[in-house]
Design a protein around this ligand. Structure first.
Ligand SMILES: [Zn+2]
Ligand SMILES: [Zn+2]
Length: 333
């Protein structure tokens, strides 16, 4: 029986329709074969020895000559940092110069690795780079929101195999991020609580969608998951922005994230995926009603006409099933 479910925080609806998995398909065998990658490529701009192919780093860890993580300006960014935020009209239509700051986090000197295969220490290095860059970019008066994300694989939108994630800082908070924020304000006004803390408390109480629980974090498939194996990682402590994460929490999160990605890697055979860190806008880092979290979306289904038209996603795997399969997936590290 299909079922509508509502996301407590964003108020979005999804449809759970496991029966649709049985519909006929003529491309069931169209599985992408991923070729093994070399550990180094002479023509890769992110491999050691080719540092001159990128702009000067804005951050390196631990130092320039033996870097493990390196952050550089994105040469091919959609937005540019040398423009203004002045808005103007073309007739009735609003426009502004394409100001924004885009950076690439090169996650490892090794060409053929990614976080699912890394140690907790290596993933913690990446998270430290995220925190430092988000903190630094938030000091820019023209920046309103900082988005950190990772695209893994071609279907997730990446053009380079070398392990990397990205940061884009913009002067605009888009409507699809603003709307849940407004809902969170309404929830806080009505109940006096953070809706995300409430959502996490409910998930921890119901338990059947929890995948990993650590001292400071919980990884779960949300009640109203939009797609199969869609996951969230929430900090248990109320924190509106990722910039507030403490050193010991970074190591805790690195372990949870690495384990979750390793489970997805094993169970779904190295799926393409996106992850995103959703954080409060600049200036709202200590607000009571917003709460940062990570979204991890394996690219195993494509939004079709109904999803694009209605904004209502059809999920063919119940999140209880996705969570159980991932809980039961053993990781070797
Ligand atoms: Zn490389
Ligand atoms: Zn909270």
């Amino acid at each position: 029986m299909p079922e509508f479910r509502q996301n407590l925080a964003s108020k979005e609806w999804v449809i759970l329709a496991p029966e649709r998995r049985r519909r006929p398909s003529d491309n069931a065998k169209n599985v992408e074969i991923k070729e093994p990658l070399p550990s180094h490529r002479d023509d890769c701009p992110f491999c050691p020895g080719n540092e001159n192919l990128t702009d000067s780093p804005v951050y390196t860890l631990p130092d320039n000559s033996h870097w493990q993580v390196r952050v550089v300006p994105n040469k091919f960014a959609a937005l540019q940092s040398n423009l203004s935020t002045v808005r103007s009209y073309v007739g009735r239509f609003l426009t502004a110069e394409g100001f924004g700051i885009a950076e690439v986090i090169i996650e490892s000197p090794r060409h053929n690795t990614h976080p699912a295969l890394m140690s907790t220490g290596e993933v913690a290095h990446i998270l430290r780079a995220y925190r430092q860059r988000q903190t630094e970019l938030s000091k820019n008066d023209k920046i309103n929101i900082v988005t950190i994300f990772r695209n893994h694989g071609r279907k997730a939108g990446t053009s380079l195999d070398h392990p990397h994630s990205q940061i884009i800082a913009t002067p605009i908070v888009p409507p699809h991020e603003r709307y849940p924020m407004e809902q969170a304000v309404l929830h806080y006004d009505k109940n006096g609580t953070c809706v995300y803390c409430d959502l996490l408390a409910e998930e921890l109480m119901q338990k059947d969608r929890i995948i990993i629980e650590s001292p400071g974090f919980a990884a779960f498939c949300p009640f109203a998951a939009r797609s199969p194996f869609e996951c969230r990682i929430y900090p248990k402590r109320h924190m509106a922005s990722f910039v507030n994460i403490q050193d010991d929490e970074i190591v805790d999160l690195a372990d949870v994230l690495r384990t979750l990605l390793a489970k997805l890697h094993i169970h779904l055979d190295n799926p393409d995926y996106n992850y995103i860190i959703r954080s409060a806008p600049v200036g709202d880092e200590n607000t009571h009603h917003l709460h940062w979290y990570m979204v991890i979306i394996p690219k195993i289904s494509t939004p079709a006409g109904f999803e694009i038209g209605s904004g209502i996603y059809i999920n063919t795997v119940a999140p209880e099933i996705s969570a159980q399969l991932l809980r039961d997936t053993m990781t070797s590290v």
